[in-house]
Design a protein around this ligand. Structure first.
Ligand SMILES: *[C@@H]1O[C@H](CO)[C@@H](O)[C@H](O)[C@H]1NC(C)=O
Ligand SMILES: *[C@@H]1O[C@H](CO)[C@@H](O)[C@H](O)[C@H]1NC(C)=O
Ligand SMILES: *[C@@H]1O[C@H](CO)[C@@H](O)[C@H](O)[C@H]1NC(C)=O
Ligand SMILES: *[C@@H]1O[C@H](CO)[C@@H](O)[C@H](O)[C@H]1NC(C)=O
Ligand SMILES: *[C@@H]1O[C@H](CO)[C@@H](O)[C@H](O)[C@H]1NC(C)=O
Ligand SMILES: *[C@@H]1O[C@H](CO)[C@@H](O)[C@H](O)[C@H]1NC(C)=O
Ligand SMILES: *[C@@H]1O[C@H](CO)[C@@H](O)[C@H](O)[C@H]1NC(C)=O
Ligand SMILES: *[C@@H]1O[C@H](CO)[C@@H](O)[C@H](O)[C@H]1NC(C)=O
Ligand SMILES: *[C@@H]1O[C@H](CO)[C@@H](O)[C@H](O)[C@H]1NC(C)=O
Ligand SMILES: *[C@@H]1O[C@H](CO)[C@@H](O)[C@H](O)[C@H]1NC(C)=O
Ligand SMILES: *[C@@H]1O[C@H](CO)[C@@H](O)[C@H](O)[C@H]1NC(C)=O
Length: 860
């Protein structure tokens, strides 16, 4: 992207040429932080702090030191004059990546399956504690992009669910948990990052796709608001400190320099007060990214391992040559420091005490070029009692899909057959494959950067055997873990009074290819002969229970209704306590209450558009037109009237529940007013000085390829080293991009997540849930709304909870619907509107079991 800041003009030209490529309208200037809402105190402290910094110090806060230069997966420069070391960014959304003596939590998709807000919060808090104690400033999670447009998308499991409300709620709770532990959360990947294929040109070339640019996710304004942006609104409302912009382009403009998504939507409309950091290598230009709203370059270098940066020295130069206004660099620094103060980093901060690059105790201080030697891994145990919570989430996220009386087990079983590789250990150890890039042994995590090392992994085989033999019982337990030894499987199953078959399907991030799956799954069937394994067992044993570990939905059509298959469980990817969690459910210590966070279709076709896996624009950016629009997952099945096998929100229990007494009460809420007025003008917190103030200090020991903020000489061009330096004069800067005067507010905008009127409650809804069975259990009341318009989905999830009900007892569930819940995005007025269409609410325990319904009275 050499012509970074010319891109907008060029794209406009190509549109004028009647080239139908989607186009991203420019939006400048980049909104400066205001300290609105509960950011006020942090903002004031940040302003005070940043006001005392030099230009080079501010630039240090914004730019990573370079790939593998420091201990964390990304680390900025520090401010040694004030005793501040660089900020540490560390993966992942499910635990401290590349570390030791830390927990491997359940994946996001399992958290979604619990439908339990408290568990989401507690997990966030526990993960935050572990990051904090390892010296991490920013935990790189949670994930709402991918949302799950494609059921076979490789990284869906890092996030929660293809439903934006379920994902939004889990995002918010996770963020609150992480940040209450004193660590900054990072909502990612913003936005439209729905497939691994073509997310980066270099990666795609490695797979033989000759493309020069990342895929463009072409998402129209209504779809953006009603689906993809929705969970990020919840993240901003929860006070998230940082957002990561994504690898893909949106309407042919890169995610980290797209002024429409960053300036207009995120910082303008949603009022996001924290900072935007680039995904690793997603930063493609210097000045244009700064003007389009990027605040931090990660890991700093042009490409991982390059000695150059679009920022660092270049950002200092850009401020000095006047292309990036002083207020913009001030705003970057203030946003970063505000997030730092908001979560209390100043109170709980310790230096990173682990190295992402080695498990050795002693190693290089700057790993990339083997510079320095010291103790890099303190091996601090940060796990506390988190194992218990992980076990609970594992059990509470296990969905009972089928049960013909086979479960719970009773301890009267005389012979249990445990069948399938997925029951056992990876022969190379639980961490035997880098970044979990293989599918050997039981599957408890997907692969890629969204992983953590297991401290241990309790396999199903270990846990079932321990349980079956507990209390001096004489049960026989045999495991056959070779998926191709079908005769042994048959022989063992034939003797068993229960055969538990373990199968899986894995996926992950695009930089690792496992068995031809380039991140995204190449199919939705079971891996490693799983179908044959199930069929073989079921032929020999009339009490065959199937347990699925998978990162998403798999096709079960061929066997799910076999009479000999008496129960089916989906256990997702539950993390380190996998076997223990499962045994709790199998033996009924935990009554399953989980609900599927996605649809189980009969065929891949039923889900709509295939995964975007064929470049369609020559060597230029592939164009993903998001053909399914709003209709992904259950909305697609509803629209096409397709029967799924197990619907979104479905899950059985060892008891049964009935729903009754739906009551809808309109609440009095003030009328909705579009936001009007203007911002204050951009504060300027310092003087850039001149080149001579920003030269390399004489006394600094320069680490090889380390990205410093300094200039080599007072000649800006020479210091930049950019062959095209100054070639494009300032008149090419996007119109308005350096304007620091008061700006008009957007009608739908507000300080935390948008116009405050959107979050005013319009209705109260109550329903009664009765446990009609004989054991206590959890039920998940789900409230869906039909917005009633001809282009609207049949229904959309809007509220849910997880409640525990004793046998024979009833609980009254009370919830509310706010204005956003019943609105549509109106492109013309650039605002949310409640349409005139008759709206309806439905309450029940799945997207297709909704016994209660009522018309919604008109909102005022
Ligand atoms: C993409 O283009 C569509 C269609 O013109 C428009 O509605 C939408 O706002 C654009 N989005 C971005 C991020 O540029
Ligand atoms: C920038 O950060 C690096 C690494 O922490 C440090 O060596 C350097 O002194 C910092 N520069 C300034 C101006 O603080
Ligand atoms: C490592 O973390 C522990 C616990 O959080 C902390 O006490 C210690 O100071 C850290 N080590 C270093 C080298 O900062
Ligand atoms: C890749 O595409 C470019 C541009 O179309 C072309 O010049 C080049 O030869 C192609 N490379 C390969 C290996 O096909
Ligand atoms: C400044 O950025 C340009 C690309 O825009 C790059 O070629 C150059 O190496 C960078 N300079 C430094 C010092 O990193
Ligand atoms: C689907 O992919 C998995 C994993 O690569 C593979 O084991 C399986 O054989 C494939 N299924 C089909 C039907 O090709
Ligand atoms: C069910 O299992 C029994 C053995 O218990 C076997 O005889 C029968 O053929 C099996 N049925 C099917 C449909 O495989
Ligand atoms: C299952 O098979 C066993 C013998 O293997 C038999 O005793 C039992 O009745 C069968 N159950 C059903 C439901 O067919
Ligand atoms: C879900 O609700 C239906 C009634 O709509 C009821 O028959 C069923 O038992 C409920 N599911 C569970 C797990 O209780
Ligand atoms: C600036 O100086 C450093 C240290 O001598 C050198 O490594 C770097 O290549 C120089 N950068 C430019 C753009 O000349
Ligand atoms: C200003 O500096 C930036 C960063 O080195 C460079 O890309 C740009 O060409 C310069 N612009 C002018 C007008 O000198």
């Amino acid at each position: 992207m050499k012509f970074g800041w010319l891109e907008v003009a060029l794209t406009a030209a190509s549109v004028a040429n009647a080239n139908p490529l989607a186009y991203s309208p420019p939006h400048y200037p980049s909104p400066w932080m205001t300290g609105a809402g509960d950011w006020a105190e942090a903002y004031q402290r940040a302003v005070d702090f940043v006001s005392g910094l030099t230009l080079a110090e501010k630039v240090n806060l914004t730019t990573g030191a370079g790939w593998m230069q420091e201990r964390c997966v990304g680390e900025t420069g520090g401010i040694p004059r004030l005793g501040m070391w660089g900020m540490c960014m560390q993966d992942s959304p499910l635990g401290v990546r590349d570390s030791d003596y830390a927990s491997a939590f359940s994946a996001g998709v399992n958290v979604a399956a619990t439908w339990d807000k408290r568990l989401a919060y507690q997990r966030g808090q526990a993960m935050g504690e572990e990051h904090r104690d390892k010296g991490v400033d920013v935990q790189l999670g949670p994930v709402a992009g991918p949302l799950g447009t494609y059921p076979d998308g490789g990284r869906n499991w890092e996030g929660f669910s293809p439903d934006p409300v379920l994902t939004g709620v889990m995002m918010a709770e996770t963020i609150k948990g992480i940040q209450d532990s004193g660590v900054i959360a990072c909502a990612k990947h913003f936005i439209g990052n729905e497939a691994e294929h073509f997310r980066q040109a270099g990666e795609a070339q490695g797979y033989g796709f000759n493309i020069s640019q990342s895929v463009s996710s072409n998402i129209d304004d209504k779809l953006m608001h009603e689906l993809y942006l929705w969970p990020f609104v919840d993240a901003v409302r929860a006070g998230v400190g940082s957002v990561m912009c994504s690898y893909n382009q949106i309407n042919n403009s890169y995610g980290c320099q797209n002024s429409h998504t960053l300036n207009k939507l995120l910082k303008g409309e949603l009022g996001f007060q924290g900072f935007v950091m680039s995904d690793w290598g997603a930063h493609h230009s210097g000045v244009s990214a700064a003007l389009a709203g990027l605040d931090m370059s990660m890991p700093g270098d042009v490409v991982l391992g390059s000695p150059y940066s679009y920022w660092g020295t270049n950002l200092t130069v850009s401020v000095l040559n006047g292309t990036v206004p002083e207020w913009r660099i001030d705003d970057m620094a203030v946003r970063i420091m505000s997030a730092y103060y908001k979560v209390g980093r100043d109170r709980v901060r310790t230096r990173p005490n682990f190295s992402s690059w080695t498990r050795d105790e002693y190693s290089y201080d700057h790993f990339m070029f083997k510079d320095g030697w010291e103790k890099v891994n303190e091996r601090v145990d940060v796990q506390r009692d988190h194992a218990a919570g992980i076990r609970k989430i594992g059990a509470d996220s296990t969905v009972l899909l089928k049960n013909n009386g086979a479960l719970p087990l009773t301890h009267n079983e005389r012979f249990i057959a445990v069948l399938g590789e997925d029951a056992g250990s990876n022969p190379h150890g639980a961490n035997g494959c880098d970044d979990r890039g293989c599918d050997d042994g039981t599957l408890a995590m997907g692969w890629g950067s969204g992983t953590a090392n297991f401290p241990y992994l309790v396999t199903p085989e270990q846990a079932i055997q321990a349980e079956a033999l507990s209390g001096d019982r004489n049960t026989n337990v045999f495991a056959v873990t070779d998926n191709w030894a079908l005769d042994k499987v048959a022989a063992t199953a034939a003797q068993a009074d229960v055969a538990i078959v373990f199968v899986n399907s894995d996926s992950g991030e695009g930089y690792i290819n496992v068995d031809g799956n380039e991140g995204d799954r190449k199919n939705m069937t079971l891996w490693k002969n799983g179908e044959e394994l199930i069929k073989t067992a079921a032929k020999s044993c009339n009490n065959t229970i199937v347990v699925i570990h998978s990162t998403g939905s798999v096709l079960v059509s061929d066997w799910y209704d076999n009479d000999n298959i008496t129960a089916i469980l989906w256990a997702g990817i539950p993390g380190q306590e996998s076997g223990n969690s499962l045994v709790d459910v199998l033996y009924g210590r935990v009554n399953p209450g989980a609900k599927s966070p996605f649809t189980w279709g009969k065929t891949r076709k039923d889900y709509g558009a295939p995964l975007f896996a064929v470049p369609n624009n020559g060597a230029d950016a592939p164009q993903d037109n998001f053909e399914d629009g709003l209709f992904i997952d259950y909305r697609r099945f509803d629209k096409d009237n397709t029967e799924p096998i197990y619907e979104f929100g479905y899950g059985l229990s060892y008891t049964t529940f009935a729903f009754s007494d739906l009551k809808v009460t309109p609440l009095s809420a003030p009328k909705y007013h579009p936001t009007t007025g203007k911002t204050k003008k951009a504060p300027e917190l310092g003087e850039p000085g001149d080149a001579s103030d920003n030269l390399y200090p004489d006394d600094i020991r320069v680490v090889r390829q380390y990205l410093y903020p300094y200039l080599n000489s007072t000649d800006l061009r020479a210091s930049s080293g950019d062959p095209e330096y100054g070639m494009h004069s300032k008149k090419y800067l996007p119109k308005g991009s350096s304007d620091g005067s008061a700006q008009k507010l957007l009608p739908a905008s507000g300080p935390s997540g948008g116009n405050p009127g959107l979050f005013e409650d319009l209705y109260q809804v109550t329903a009664t849930i009765t446990n009609t069975g004989s054991v206590a259990g959890d039920e998940v009341p789900q409230l869906y709304v039909s917005l009633g318009g001809k282009d609207d989905p049949v229904k959309v999830l809007r509220q849910f909870d997880r409640v525990t009900v004793a046998p024979g007892e009833s609980v009254q569930w009370t919830t509310t619907l706010n204005r956003r819940d019943v609105s549509n995005w109106d492109v013309a007025s650039q605002n949310w509107v409640v349409s005139n269409a008759q709206k309806k609410v439905y309450v029940g325990n799945s997207s297709r079991k909704l016994p209660l319904s009522a018309d919604l009275p008109k909102a005022h």
